[in-house]
Design a protein around this ligand. Structure first.
Ligand SMILES: *[C@@H]1O[C@H](CO)[C@@H](O)[C@H](O)[C@H]1NC(C)=O
Ligand SMILES: *[C@@H]1O[C@H](CO)[C@@H](O)[C@H](O)[C@H]1NC(C)=O
Length: 402
């Protein structure tokens, strides 16, 4: 129940993937200047990721979930008896606020908001989007577990009725050089998380294999195609399916029959059952041996290790895998903890760099170096020892002769 409450899913529960019309993302050709900026992201038990934004003039601090599964930005109005929040926005205290007097509501996989379409200056870490369209929320429901005040959508504008999304506004106003943003998701207890608008951070990509996934903007999501799925080296599925890549969702969701197969395989090793997600009775160290989840997305083999799809407490582990209720897959935060992702809205494509890869090769490098040094020292000692012994033997050999 706890986990259910704090999960926030993408705005897909009420979107039928087969009937939405096609809208493509348009970019202005104006010359782009300026820089990218790395900004710290906060996490809530590694189940929700959000950052502090400033809205209005003077800027009011508002924390917002970073959601690649939707496109509208919204903040709670000062007088809204919304979900639990730290900050609510006072429109009357902002000299740049404009009321567009259009009512909007958005239904998410979990939760619902309703409010007035408005514009104001929205900024993060000094990157300012002027006249950013957002929903000033007067009513929300089922969002009690939300760890942030509001949400900023990072998907394509066909999910926000064609109104430009935050990254698009930054790009069109020449604040960032490219319509690109990059995610590094860690766990606060181990590693900080970061988002970069306008580019990527070399420290997360250097020396790593780049994997590229083509994105289809047909439905407004960061959407691609999965060709096969395997779990713990066993085939789960070999039929093509859409996959939504969504930072706003805490888990992985797939077609019911595929999730059932994964559950059956887990049951061979552990006592497991299904309740919104798969739950297994096991300690974390034991469940970490559950096996990798692998997807062929486009031409790329994408791996998600147990470390990133498990959420453990005492003797239970939530396997963050659930039923999407349809034929598509949705890869949420477990994917983004496994890979550093670079989202390029103009091509559009996603670049993935596996976070663990270099750590392992780094370790292997030091181990090999240590072995080489030890062998060198060993060889020298043996050589020295043999040489001395030969000298002694030579002496001994001469002895009896004298
Ligand atoms: C909040 O204030 C706005 C005007 O700023 C008003 O339209 C709305 O009805 C108010 N909502 C509540 C719940 O008082
Ligand atoms: C925006 O304007 C509409 C009427 O055009 C009004 O009902 C609403 O309360 C206003 N909202 C705010 C936040 O001022």
């Amino acid at each position: 129940m706890f986990l259910y409450l704090i999960l926030i899913a993408a705005s897909l529960a009420h979107i039928n993937l087969s009937i939405k019309e096609k809208k493509s993302f348009r970019l202005s050709s104006a010359e782009k200047i300026s820089l990218s900026k790395k900004t710290k992201v906060n996490d809530y038990y590694a189940l929700q990721y959000y950052a502090d934004f400033k809205l209005g003039s003077p800027g009011q601090t508002i924390s917002m979930i970073l959601d690649t599964g939707s496109s509208y930005a919204w903040v709670p109005n000062i007088n809204c008896s919304c979900h639990t929040t730290t900050h609510q926005f006072s429109a009357s205290a902002s000299s740049t606020y404009k009321n567009l007097s259009i009512e909007k509501d958005v239904e998410y996989g979990m939760g619902y908001i309703k409010g007035t379409l408005s514009t104001d200056v929205l900024s993060i870490n000094g990157l300012k989007a002027e006249d950013m369209k957002f929903i000033l929320v007067s009513q929300s429901s089922d969002l009690d577990g939300l760890a942030a005040d509001g949400l900023v959508g990072l998907a394509f504008n066909s999910l926000s009725d064609g109104y430009p999304v935050f990254v698009e506004v930054l790009y069109e106003q020449n604040v960032i050089e490219k319509p690109v943003f990059s995610f590094y998701l860690g766990e606060s207890s181990k590693k900080d998380s970061f988002i970069t608008f306008g580019g990527l951070e070399d420290e997360y990509t250097k020396g790593k294999t780049k994997q590229i996934i083509d994105i289809y903007t047909d439905y407004g999501f960061w959407l691609s195609i999965i060709y096969s799925v395997s779990f713990d080296s066993n085939d789960i599925s070999n039929s093509a399916a859409w996959v939504i890549l969504d930072t706003g969702t805490s888990a992985i969701y797939g077609p019911s029959s595929d999730v059932q197969k994964i559950l059956q395989m887990l049951k061979k090793k552990y006592t497991c059952y299904y309740s919104n997600l798969i739950i297994c009775e096991c300690s974390k160290s034991s469940c970490l041996k559950a096996g990798n989840l692998e997807f062929m997305i486009g031409n790329e083999n994408i791996i998600i290790t147990p470390e990133n799809y498990l959420y453990c407490e005492d003797e239970y582990c939530w396997v963050l895998i659930g039923d999407s209720g349809d034929r598509y897959w949705l890869l949420g935060q477990p994917l983004f903890r496994e890979y550093y992702t670079v989202h390029d809205m103009s091509i559009p494509q996603m670049e993935l760099y596996r976070n663990k890869e270099s750590e392992i090769s780094y370790k292997v490098f030091w181990i090999i170096l240590a072995i080489i040094i030890l062998c060198g020292i060993g060889a020298f000692i043996v050589y020295y020892f043999l040489k001395n012994r030969n000298n002694e033997n030579e002496n001994e050999n001469y002895m009896p002769l004298t």
